[in-house]
Design a protein around this ligand. Structure first.
Ligand SMILES: Nc1ncnc2c1ncn2[C@@H]1O[C@H](COP(=O)(O)OP(=O)(O)OP(=O)(O)O)[C@@H](O)[C@H]1O
Length: 550
């Protein structure tokens, strides 16, 4: 065995030598025999290459991190500082059911203190939804508002000033086709306004968004935004066409009504819902429809009589049913009862009629309970602000913000039971149509807040307001706060966004630089790679690795 092994070794040595000799013969090396280049790098060479490669790669990454992180941070800081000092403008047009209102916000980034002239508004009537038959007129109705905006924003700022149209309940009640036409006619005007505008910035916002914006502005004004969720104040709005309820609920909320809003480090899980058709003006219209179609049963009257007697309008007023606007389905009822509707103001009966309107659809309730129609509303907990028509009605009756409901009941009873001619005399400066509605308003509010939502008549947790300090409780301001906060978040994460955004030219540049540098590292390592050769030392009987130059 040993011998055969020895032979094998000698044979293999001899073979190697033969091949080396062949190489030697082919090369022009004058030195006698046994020089050859090793075809594979030795372990030492490999280690050497790896060390060079990784140290260069490390240096490169260090350099790139420094360049991008610090330069982006610096430029971001600079741009933040610049933009913070820079006076900015933003415009929101609230397309409400009763009118369109422009809000021009003049601000500095990170501050919602508008000072004396930081907030400017203007309103035009009627609302966009009244242009359903003449959709081009909708755009034209905004022209005056746009001119107002131009007067408030310096011309050099127009191109960077965003203008958005956010339409609410009036448009929500129209079919999608008509909505689209009205929005398109508004877009034409906004595109040509000179302000920064994108087509998707003119839209119909959801009722839930409207509620959230109102909640944001209320809690911003009260200083509770960013604080403990249960310390926040809920909001109940009574608009023209819809009513919104938004608050932090302690009860579990069905998913369709639940919205999460993050502000600072706090996430607020809100109940937010908009009751379309339950705004004051639309509810009043529904009452008139019910009156002539005979939908409701008032306990104190015979069937025939209740069809003709209106308890929500003071005695002595003579209805002109001809002028009432109804859907085509009710036109036959209209002609049938036009001469028979009589007014006999009575707060309690009007309250019952209002409650019937609010309960309509309850039979379709698919939740544990439905306080209004078929809608789930959790038990109202904590403090609340009641705005819009709650406020205007309180203002009309001269009520304080405390014990609102009990005072309103007294005032409503008095108003509904009063003779129309006396009321006209007393409130001579008021528009007749507006004045006519206050009996219904008082009864509807009591039916909504007390009879439906269970707020006790002397509950001090509910305050009526349309501003807190000098901050108006207008949902458009809440939308502005959320939008500018979201923009600031994007700016603060600007350097990562700048590099990692898919469209980012920075990312493309970064990849390019990386490829070039890796190529350079590779070339340098190739160039620096020692030229080694392996020699078979016949005397020692083994291979020796040495530099090629020696
Ligand atoms: N100064 C005022 N006095 C009395 N009522 C008012 C006054 N201003 C607005 N209202 C009434 O308050 C309600 C809310 O007005 P606002 O303009 O905020 O509603 P809107 O945006 O038209 O309604 P919606 O949000 O339902 O579309 C409307 O019913 C309107 O008629």
């Amino acid at each position: 065995m040993r011998r055969s092994n020895a032979r094998t070794s000698v044979d293999s040595n001899r073979n190697k030598m033969d091949s080396m000799l062949k190489l030697q013969n082919r090369s022009s090396n004058p030195r006698p025999n046994l020089f050859a280049r090793n075809p594979k790098p030795s372990t030492n060479t490999f280690k050497y290459n790896c060390t060079i490669f990784f140290s260069l790669l490390f240096t490169l990454l260090l350099f790139l991190s420094y360049t991008f992180f610090f330069s982006s941070f610096k430029s971001n800081n600079n741009s933040n500082n610049n933009s913070q000092n820079h006076q900015r403008y933003r415009i929101i047009i609230d397309g409400g059911s009763t009118g369109s209102r422009i809000h021009v916000f003049k601000y500095r980034v990170g501050s919602f203190d508008f000072g004396k002239d930081g907030l400017a508004s203007m309103r035009v009537n009627p609302g966009l939804s009244s242009f359903a038959e003449d959709t081009d007129g909708a755009g034209r109705s905004l022209e005056e508002l746009v001119e107002f905006g131009k007067g408030r924003v310096p011309i050099e700022n127009w191109r960077e000033t965003e203008i958005r149209l956010m339409a609410t309940a009036g448009l929500r009640m129209l079919n999608v086709g008509v909505q689209g036409k009205i929005l398109e006619s508004c877009r034409k005007v906004l595109r040509e306004s000179g302000f920064l505008f994108r087509d998707d910035w003119a839209s119909v916002i959801t009722g839930s968004d409207e509620g959230i914006y109102a909640w944001v502005v209320a809690n911003h004004a009260l200083g509770t935004l960013g604080g403990y969720p249960l310390d926040t104040t809920g909001i109940i709005e009574l608009g023209g066409a819809s009513a919104q309820v938004t608050f932090v609920s302690r009860e579990p909320i069905p998913s369709g009504f639940s919205r999460a809003v993050k502000f600072g480090n706090t996430t607020y899980n809100l109940y937010s819902h908009s009751l379309l058709h339950f705004g004051l003006n639309v509810a009043h219209g529904s009452w008139r429809e019910a009156l002539i179609s005979g939908d409701f049963n008032l306990a104190s009257q015979s069937l025939q009589a209740r069809l003709h007697i209106d308890p929500c309008t003071p005695t002595g007023y003579s209805h002109n049913v001809e002028s009432w606007k109804f859907p085509p389905s009710l036109l036959s009822h209209k002609s049938q009862h036009k001469s028979t509707v009589q007014t006999r103001g009575n707060f309690s009966e009007c309250r019952s009629a209002a409650l019937m309107l609010l309960q309509k659809g309850k039979e379709e309730c698919s939740y544990q309970r439905c306080d209004i129609g078929s809608t789930f509303i959790p038990k109202l907990q904590g403090k609340f602000l009641a705005t819009e028509n709650f406020f205007y009605t309180a203002k009309f009756f001269g009520l304080g913000s405390r014990a609102y409901l009990s005072e309103l009941m007294t005032a409503g009873q008095e108003f509904c039971g009063e003779d129309w001619l006396r009321l006209k005399k007393k409130y001579h400066s008021h528009d007749e149509e507006e004045l006519l509605q206050y009996c219904f308003s008082s009864a509807y509010i009591v039916a909504l807040l007390h009879d439906s939502l269970g707020i006790s008549v002397d509950d001090e947790r509910v305050k009526v307001a349309n501003q807190v300090g000098n901050i108006p409780l207008d949902w458009a301001l809440g939308a502005f706060i959320l939008q500018t906060t979201a923009d600031a978040d994007v700016q603060n994460h600007g350097w990562t966004t700048a590099i990692f955004s898919v469209e980012s030219p920075t990312l493309v540049r970064l990849i390019g630089i990386l490829i070039i540098l890796l190529f350079m590292v590779w070339s340098i390592s190739k160039w620096r790679k020692p030229q080694l050769k392996t020699i078979y030392d016949l005397e020692k009987g083994r291979y020796i690795v040495t530099h090629a130059g020696r």
